[in-house]
Design a protein around this ligand. Structure first.
Ligand code: PRP
Ligand code: MG
Length: 225
């Protein structure tokens, strides 16, 4: 990677869309639209800044290992990434700013006819399907609820409908997916938003390019309130 170029890792969808106004505030315009382009490296109006598109769960890895210098990813992704590497926040990932974008929540949901409160009260062992095993494990352990965690990679809502699990732990935004699948939210585990992550060595070497971007993001976040 050229030391003269700053590379920002984003994932397609809400994070990309909601990062654009922050980039604009930093004077950076992305010149291609991932909706229409299949390119994974997107140029910007700044010859020294480019955007790479990666899977949301890969953003911390790209930044930590130098595939990108900074990135934007959800708090959920960061917690799971840290957990995969032993639980402590990784020293290779500096987290200077909560961007307050792509807001949603991590929740427990069950079928409308499942008496979750009663199952918990009675000390039942719950089968919980989720992509977020670290968050789910920690949450149920803190409640003293025994769970069998079933790792899935998507469409969690299907698990209770097919008898695979009693409950799910998943992100809820509008609540439409739960509603469409007759599930109800029974616990709110945490609020989620996206964070800016930076590789400390990139900041050291490329500080003159990266710091103004962080500052502009911080100012835009503050101005938005
Ligand atoms: C996410 C999440 C929920 C849904 C929440 O799924 O896992 O299923 O969005 O949004 P809502 O509350 O506004 O309906 P996504 O569509 O990203 O698919 P996946 O879980 O299969 O990856
Ligand atoms: Mg989903």
């Amino acid at each position: 990677m050229s030391p003269d170029t700053v590379t920002l890792a984003l994932s397609k969808g809400r994070i990309f869309d909601e990062t654009l106004p922050l980039l604009r505030a930093a004077g950076i315009e992305v010149l291609e639209d991932p909706q229409t382009s299949r390119k994974l490296i997107l140029p910007t109006n700044r010859p020294d800044v480019r955007v790479v598109l990666v899977r949301a769960t890969d953003v911390p890895t790209y930044v930590e290992h130098g595939g990108a210098d900074l990135g934007v990813c959800g708090k959920d992704t960061l917690i799971e990434h840290d957990a995969a590497w032993g639980g402590a926040a990784r020293a290779g990932l500096y987290r200077p700013l909560d961007l307050g974008i792509a807001r949603c929540r991590m929740s427990v949901a069950v079928p409308a006819d499942f008496d979750y409160a009663r199952a918990v009260r009675q000390g039942a062992r719950l089968r919980v399907a989720t992509k977020y095993v670290a968050i789910a494990r920690e949450f149920f352990a803190s409640k003293g609820v025994h769970v069998d965690l079933i790792k899935l990679y998507g469409s969690m809502e299907l698990a209770p409908l097919t008898g695979l699990a009693d409950a799910i732990v998943d992100l809820v935004s509008t609540g439409n997916t739960l509603k469409a699948n007759r599930l109800v939210e029974v616990e709110r585990i945490m609020d989620i938003s996206s964070q800016l992550v930076v590789r400390p060595t990139a900041l050291k070497v490329q500080g003159a390019r990266i710091r103004p971007i962080i500052d502009a993001f911080r100012e835009a976040v503050r101005a938005r309130g």
